[in-house]
Ligand binder design. Structure first.
Ligand code: ASP
Length: 436
């Protein structure tokens, strides 16, 4: 049995958290690969190391002294080192970083040092071997992971004897430069390592006991999700639920490696299992979760029986493509096409888009602002009857008007468009209907 265990920033915020990590790692011999984030915030230091590193770089870029910000970072690592009685020569490490910055190494190099240094400390503390992500995670020129090169590089440096610590969040470009992933990217590194070693499980240790069925900022104490499929997770995350980086599932999808979200501060909690769609157990629950977002705009384009012109839909979509606007969803009917986008994405080009849309020979156009979407997700919806009716009735009883409805033939999710002002109320009503 091989497990890859990724520990997030809050699990590495101070020496106490490092102790919890060691306790977790040593309690299960299958935890052979450890991927780490940079140190997160705690009472002693209010900012994440990664944020401070970005801030340091902004100082360097504009020629403002960065010593004070950088000293904060040095203090975080020095304190952990001293509290744990470790030997790592941090002065040498920090001097090398400063020298490299003077020599013009870029932002990504500097920002990656958060994970790098945390990984060095953690590997010493665990008595593990350290593999620098720079030597194994290889990107192509587009910045995507090159899995073949990554595997080749990994096989060269990996030795089986010991637990291995690998810093998350960065890798190397073909020209040798370090590149960081998007924020939260250590989740993706963990997933890449799980793929490389064909892990039985990818554990993702964080500071919550798994995924919740709804946003705890809206619902008091929502139920937790014991198991969720890759596709359900994707749908919930797309609409706002964020525990994992959205690209985490991709590297391990084909191997169907399960991801287990666990809580470093409560290791006995069950957490959430994220499993491939075909291995997800059946549950009696109709829904797996509810999420949602505000701030959409709908372009409601009217043209009588538009579908008789087989090129018409393409013409409409081309306008959005011209301005590189991602379409979030669409609802179509006999005489109209509703294109839904994030309001903030069309602000800049709004008038140009309107003009080009008018040129498509439409009859009328209506722009509906301040729209929110609530997404009900659950693979079990497929076998249930009358669910949509219950959604409409529950919302209607609370005087919430439904503006659009989308449901695909796979019946994995139902997307309901409502007004921004009704968003929180709608989540509460639907939570009560399906989870209470
Ligand atoms: N340290 C990086 C961040 O804060 C990456 C990570 O934690 O996954 O985004």
């Amino acid at each position: 049995m091989i497990k890859v265990s990724k520990f997030g920033g809050s699990s590495l915020a101070n020496a106490k958290q490092f102790e919890k990590v060691k306790d977790i790692v040593s309690s299960d011999p299958s935890r052979k690969f450890i991927v780490n984030s940079a140190c997160g915030r705690d009472q002693g230091h209010k900012h994440k190391v990664t944020d401070l590193l970005y801030l340091s770089y902004a100082h360097i870029k504009y020629g403002v002294p960065y010593d004070i910000v950088f000293e904060n970072i040095e203090n975080v690592y020095e304190k952990i080192k001293n509290d744990l009685g470790l030997k790592l020569d941090l002065k040498k490490e920090f001097d090398a970083i400063k020298k490299n910055m003077e020599d013009g190494k870029g932002e990504d190099y500097l920002v990656s040092r958060g994970e790098y240094l945390a990984g060095l400390l953690l590997s010493e503390y665990l008595g593990a071997q350290f593999i620098d992500a720079e030597n194994i995670i290889k990107f192509d020129y587009e910045g995507n992971v090159d899995f073949d090169k990554t595997k080749e590089a990994f096989d060269k440096v990996y030795s089986k004897e010991k637990i291995t610590v690998i810093p998350g969040f960065y890798g190397q470009m073909p020209n040798g430069n370090i590149k960081v992933m998007s924020r939260g990217g250590s989740d993706v590194t963990g997933s890449i390592i799980a793929r490389l070693v064909n892990a039985d499980e990818y554990e993702n240790w964080t500071d919550v006991s798994g995924l919740l069925v709804a946003d705890p900022k809206i619902i008091d104490n929502p139920q937790s999700i014991e198991q969720i499929s890759y596709s359900e997770l994707r749908a919930l995350s797309y609409m706002g639920a964020n525990v994992l980086h959205e690209e985490t599932v991709y590297p391990i999808k084909d191997q169907k490696i399960p991801i287990h979200i666990m809580n470093t501060n409560d290791k006995t909690a069950k957490g959430t299992m994220i499993v491939s769609d075909d291995t997800a157990k059946d549950s009696t629950r109709e829904l797996t979760g509810i999420s949602g977002k505000k701030g959409f705009t709908i372009f409601n384009i009217k043209k009588t029986h538009w579908a008789t012109d087989s090129t018409y839909l393409r013409k409409v979509l081309k306008v959005f493509q011209n301005y590189k606007i991602t379409i979030e969803n669409m609802a179509i009917s006999l005489d109209d096409i509703n294109v839904v986008v994030y309001a903030s994405n069309v602000e800049k080009d709004f008038f140009n888009i309107m003009n080009e849309l008018k040129d498509t020979d439409l009859e009328d156009i209506n722009v509906v602002n301040d729209i929110a979407y609530v997404m009900l997700v659950g693979k079990n919806m497929k076998s249930k009857r009358g669910l949509l009716g219950r959604v409409g009735t529950a919302l209607g009883k609370d005087d919430i008007s439904v503006r659009t409805v989308n449901q695909g033939a796979d019946e994995l999710s139902i997307l309901i468009g409502i007004e921004n002002k009704d968003f929180e109320k709608a989540i509460k009503v639907l939570y009560k209907e399906f989870f209470k």
